[in-house]
Design a binder for this molecule. Structure first.
Ligand SMILES: [Zn+2]
Length: 127
């Protein structure tokens, strides 16, 4: 069984991301837009297939599937979470400002999405 890792604290970081403190003491961040894009619910999975299929092109090396750049993903405007609810002892349900509320994000999934790089390193290069 995989290690069961749990968040000990969730908070908004700025306007665009979620900060999660995990029970191993590490602090990760996830951009809301990214969370929305990877929503694991069935209807989003269908949408993703529609997006990805035309991008899967046969090449000499076989089928190559490239990863969408953020700017290539159609946006409906900035999507923000309106509610975050614990589901049992293993997940969070996120309700989005576009009304979408069927995505259940397990702790492990959230953990895998977290960016654990120190903020100062990434943000410093700007300006
Ligand atoms: Zn969804």
């Amino acid at each position: 069984m995989p290690t069961s890792i749990r968040p000990t604290a969730l908070s908004k970081l700025g306007d665009d991301r979620l900060q999660i403190t995990w029970d191993d003491g590490r602090i990760g961040t996830i951009v809301w837009a990214k969370l929305r894009e990877v929503c694991p619910c069935a209807s989003c999975n269908e949408d993703r297939h529609k997006i990805f299929e035309p991008l899967a092109k046969p090449t000499e090396a076989g089928l190559s599937l490239r990863v969408l750049q953020e700017k290539e993903i159609p946006k409906h405007g900035p999507v923000k979470p309106t509610a975050l609810t614990a589901v049992g002892n293993y997940a969070y349900k996120i309700v989005w400002s576009d009304g979408h509320d069927t995505g259940i994000f397990t702790f492990e999934f959230l953990h895998s999405l977290c960016d654990f790089s120190p903020l100062s390193a990434g943000e410093r290069g700007r300006g």
